[in-house]
Design a protein around this ligand. Structure first.
Ligand SMILES: C[S@@+](CC[C@H](N)C(=O)[O-])C[C@H]1O[C@@H](n2cnc3c(N)ncnc32)[C@H](O)[C@@H]1O
Length: 236
């Protein structure tokens, strides 16, 4: 029985029926597996840790940036290296991506990064304290092109509300996509969602310098896609 077909569960058992990803197969390289073995104990966070004390996790009080679906983690690690005065949390479901991220973090000597290998929707709900984040990043989320798959898109009212709860007042939700229809969908959902102000003069912001080129963005560029960035600030 698939997750989508599961019947009603006993009260208290929360289950999210439609997920924004399909778990890809794919083995870790030796280097990724080694990075997991060596660095997971210090950099890995687990869903069953429950609600985190972020000051304890990082051993200091600093602004916290959270990235959802970091892929192979290259741009996330580069951002963490570029802003050592901030702390970063990455969430990704693809195991080899998490391994690659830890490997690259080691290479750049990044210390201000922790990662989850889990569904970001559940991590937001169960592990991230309310009003604790300065920025949430969602770069090139799976666009789910086909209409019948649109329900899988992660940017939905319930998800937006969860992001709002986790942001500090004035904190920002930064999204980027190379799929114009998804960009329009994001803009529409965010404009209708309560508690956010669009920081753009009109609709989209120019590509910010602080966002390194991600793997999917580079792929989009090769295919001749445009890129749309949205930055919305929490206002209540
Ligand atoms: C199209 S890729 C983009 C990766 C990266 N941000 C980039 O720009 O190169 C989308 C990523 O989001 C991850 N993902 C999708 N839904 C997720 C979820 N609910 N929680 C965590 N990761 C998720 C996928 O596994 C995939 O690696």
């Amino acid at each position: 029985m698939t997750e989508e077909q599961k019947p009603d569960l006993p009260e208290g058992k929360r289950i999210r029926k439609i997920r924004s990803y399909v778990k890809r197969e794919g083995r870790m390289t030796k280097g990724q597996a080694r990075a997991m073995e060596v660095y997971w104990p210090t950099m890995g966070l687990e869903h069953d840790m429950g609600r985190l004390d972020l000051t304890q996790v990082f051993g200091r009080e600093a602004p916290v940036v959270l990235e959802i679906g970091f892929g192979m983690g290259k741009s996330l690690v580069e951002m963490a290296a570029a802003e050592p005065e901030k702390d970063f949390i990455g969430i990704e479901v693809h195991g080899p991506g998490v391994g690659a991220c830890l490997m690259y973090a080691e290479e750049l000597g990044v210390k201000n990064l922790r990662v989850f290998e889990h569904d970001a929707v559940e991590i937001l709900a169960d592990c991230i304290p309310d009003a604790s984040l300065d920025r949430v990043q969602l770069y090139f989320p799976d666009p789910w092109h086909k209409k019948r798959h649109h329900k899988r898109r992660i940017v939905q009212p319930e998800f937006i509300e969860s992001v709002r709860n986790k942001l500090k007042m004035g904190g920002v939700f930064h999204m980027a996509t190379d799929w114009e229809h998804y960009a329009e969908h994001m803009l529409e959902e965010m404009s209708e969602a309560p508690g956010f102000t669009n920081t753009a003069e009109k609709d989209f912001v120019p590509r910010p310098d602080f966002r390194p080129l991600t793997k999917f963005e580079a792929r989009g560029q090769r295919l001749g896609h445009g890129v749309w960035d949205l930055i919305f600030a929490r206002n209540k």
